[in-house]
Ligand binder design. Structure first.
Ligand SMILES: Nc1ncnc2c1ncn2[C@@H]1O[C@H](COP(=O)(O)OP(=O)(O)O)[C@@H](O)[C@H]1O
Ligand SMILES: [Mg+2]
Length: 263
């Protein structure tokens, strides 16, 4: 469905490309995670997809067509819910449809449907501050769905939540994915989260990013957390951690010592 073909990208003002001749692809309907140390370039891959940054060379193809000039083919959900505090849940969810010029009654109808879907049908008139962190992320997810794209880009959507909320939302997200028939590309630095959710995992572990190591997760859906204690999954987890560490060391050689940073 989505293909990066020899993509090179460099931030303005940077001395070197961050991404160099990178190729990878993801299948339609799949759940794929990209993992890697902080600062490895994961979010940048999303910024290239949602048009916030532009590649220098190469191609990004969706169903075989170049994405430049394409609109609304993906919707992005960031780490922080970014809900507008002065707007109700319903208005927040309607935002992408307002931007797209969808008519008001239709907006309301779709928003109600999406809120029902995420289990928040009775929260339409509430304000974000009245909801828990987990509920806010579900609202943000409903808003992401309202953009109507088949490709969802989720950038560490659960990393700011407490552990129990996070694992409940992971189970919830898998459930949604199985129902919705969407393609999900998920960024995380949490290896266990990536294992629990994904069919395939790509690891970003070099600088510049020239290739991403690809791993298949050998577990069927639906999944339960108990599956994670299987010995083959534990071995895969250790292998992934080893790869991420190697990547982190390479990045620090280029960037100097690790400084605390977000995202
Ligand atoms: N707007 C920007 N301008 C210049 N450099 C950036 C910008 N955004 C990110 N970077 C740099 O690109 C690298 C990758 O960042 P990012 O894609 O955010 O990593 P990750 O999401 O894996 O933590 C980092 O070294 C970061 O400092
Ligand atoms: Mg990031």
């Amino acid at each position: 469905m989505l293909e990066f073909k020899e993509v090179t990208f460099q931030y303005e003002g940077a001395d070197h490309p961050l991404i160099e001749n990178l190729s990878f692809s993801i299948e339609k309907g799949s759940f794929t995670s990209i993992i890697g140390a902080s600062g490895s370039g994961k979010t940048t891959i999303f910024r290239l997809l949602n048009g916030l940054e532009h590649i220098r060379s190469g191609e990004i193809l969706l169903e075989g067509e170049n994405i430049s000039g394409m609109k609304n083919f993906c919707s992005y959900m960031p780490q922080n819910d970014l809900l507008l505090p002065w707007s109700t849940v319903e208005k927040n969810v309607c935002l992408p449809m307002r931007v797209q010029g969808v008519k008001k009654p239709e907006q309301k109808q779709i928003a109600a449907h999406m809120l029902d879907l995420v289990g928040l049908g009775d929260c339409a008139d509430k304000y974000p501050r009245e909801l828990s962190g987990g509920m806010r992320q579900r609202v943000a997810f409903a808003r992401t769905l309202c953009a109507g794209s088949d490709l969802l880009l989720l950038d560490e959507p659960f990393s700011a939540l407490d552990y129990l909320t996070r694992i409940s939302l992971q189970e919830w997200l898998l459930d949604q994915w199985m129902k919705l028939n969407k393609t999900i590309l998920f960024i995380t630095h949490d290896v266990e989260e990536a294992l629990f959710l994904s069919k395939e995992i790509y690891v970003v572990a070099d600088r510049p990013v020239r290739r991403m190591e690809r791993y298949q997760v050998p577990m069927d859906y639906p999944r339960t957390r108990e599956m994670l204690i299987r010995s083959d999954i534990q071995e895969l987890k250790e292998e992934l951690i080893r790869k991420m560490r190697e990547g982190d060391e390479r990045i620090r050689k280029v960037r100097g010592p690790r400084l605390p940073r977000k995202g």
